[in-house]
Design a protein around this ligand. Structure first.
Ligand SMILES: Cc1ncc(COP(=O)(O)O)c(C=O)c1O
Length: 400
């Protein structure tokens, strides 16, 4: 594919993850199934991060920990450098995970029975967090326009009521891979702010923009007024492949909203663990070159997935502007359980129904290219066999 040669970092080695308590790899009883369902990558984290963790383990004392000033400064510098977003370090609120942040936000904003709006398809915790918090989830559709997915602002306007207090926004978007433009974000924020709705902007995938002509714009960076209405959620976990270390943060400019968020966490949400903080500092300070190499490699994988899926009759996909996740339309195969179908073919994909996206599957291409190629071969063979089996018996037979 189009990845420039990279002597410094290795994304090609197949690292055995069996026996490492990997959620992703332990899911399937059959070890031959390639797991591509969960959003973590099969790459080792940046060597500098691994070295820093070794050194910290060597110290041998693992006491209670608080985020060091150096980490707050490193995050502020990263955001200023990559997104021209200048934050005050006191806006940071530490979280053990972004999903915790989604749930705290749902409890902190409004009251029981209020509506929390989001767009579908969507990363499943956006649908469960409102319910866990005794709020009603209200869904509006993302609409497919040509090669990408767009926010349906008219549907949002129609669906807003005075009980809508919160909008959960995923940006860049999981599962569609969209990077929303300034114009789209401004139009969305204008409507929400005018209706006094708080925006929770989950930007965990912000560092994974693959299209050279796309740029991530933090929602809260649009204007001071929008910042006052926004809770941003971020983490180093997707960017540097550290999700098992549990380090994330919210950025909340408005003091009142921040106070409410923190008081909702009190006594329930634990501090970020020592290894998460240690890894995060090293990643933001020393992970820049690795990150650039990762993006180049992921672009190559994304291009390979696109080229192969476009050649398979019955499958369709839209452009993946960001993330390492491809959202693939399998409606035309008329499968009852698409996830199950591909698992039987030896590839473990996430089933779209969990994202409110029936008839789609999500494929994680954050893995060595050789493994991706095998998975794509299996997908192609399974789809071809399925179509051949269905052809003579007319389309009544929907067997998997
Ligand atoms: C949009 C989004 N938010 C949050 C998460 C999970 O973050 P965390 O592991 O920090 O809870 C994911 C993981 O896939 C995600 O895609």
């Amino acid at each position: 594919m189009h990845t420039p040669p990279n002597e410094l970092f290795d994304f090609d080695t197949l690292v055995d993850r069996s026996g490492t308590a990997s959620f992703k790899w332990d899911k399937y009883d059959d070890p031959a199934v390639i797991p591509m369902w969960l959003a973590d990558m099969d790459f080792q984290s940046p060597p500098a991060v691994v070295d820093t963790l070794h050194q910290r383990v060597g110290h041998g004392i693992f006491g209670y920990t608080a985020a060091p000033t150096a980490l707050k400064a490193a995050i502020a510098d990263w955001l200023a450098h990559h997104y021209q977003w200048r934050i005050e370090t006191e806006w940071l609120v530490w979280l053990p995970s972004v999903v915790t942040g989604l749930n705290v936000t749902c409890r902190a904003v409004g009251r029981a029975g209020d509506a929390v709006m989001t767009t579908v398809p969507i990363y499943p915790p956006f649908l469960t967090a409102p319910k866990f918090s005794r709020r009603r989830v209200v869904k509006t559709p993302l609409i497919r326009r040509g090669d990408c997915w767009a926010i349906d602002l008219e549907s949002i306007k129609r669906t807003l009521t005075d009980r809508t207090r919160l909008f959960l926004h995923c940006h860049p978007h999981n599962p569609t891979g969209r990077v929303f433009t300034r114009r789209e974000l401004e139009a969305l924020a204008e409507v929400l702010v005018a209706n006094n709705v708080i925006i929770c902007s989950d930007e965990i995938h912000c560092d994974l923009v693959l299209d050279a002509d796309r740029h991530h714009i933090p929602t809260a960076s649009l204007s001071p007024e929008i910042a006052r209405h926004t809770i941003t959620l971020m983490a180093p976990s997707k960017t540097f492949n550290l999700p098992g270390l549990g380090c994330a943060f919210a950025i909340i400019a408005d003091e009142g909203v921040r106070r409410c968020f923190k008081s909702t966490m009190q006594g329930i949400v634990p501090e970020v663990n020592l290894m998460g903080l240690t890894a995060a500092l090293s990643a933001y300070r020393q992970g820049g070159a690795w990150h650039r190499a990762l993006i180049a490699y992921l672009r190559g994988n994304r291009d390979l997935v696109r080229e192969r899926i476009d050649r398979i009759p019955g499958l369709e996909m839209t452009g993946v502007e960001a993330t390492y996740l491809a959202w693939i339309d399998v409606h035309r195969l008329q499968l009852e359980r698409p996830g199950h179908f591909f698992e039987k073919a030896g590839v473990g994909l996430a089933d779209g129904k969990d994202f409110d996206g029936q008839g789609y599957v999500r494929l994680n291409f954050g893995c060595p290219r050789s493994r991706l190629t095998v998975a794509l071969d299996r997908i192609e063979n399974a789809v071809k066999a399925h179509r051949t089996a269905r052809r003579p018996a007319d389309s009544n037979s929907l067997t998997e």
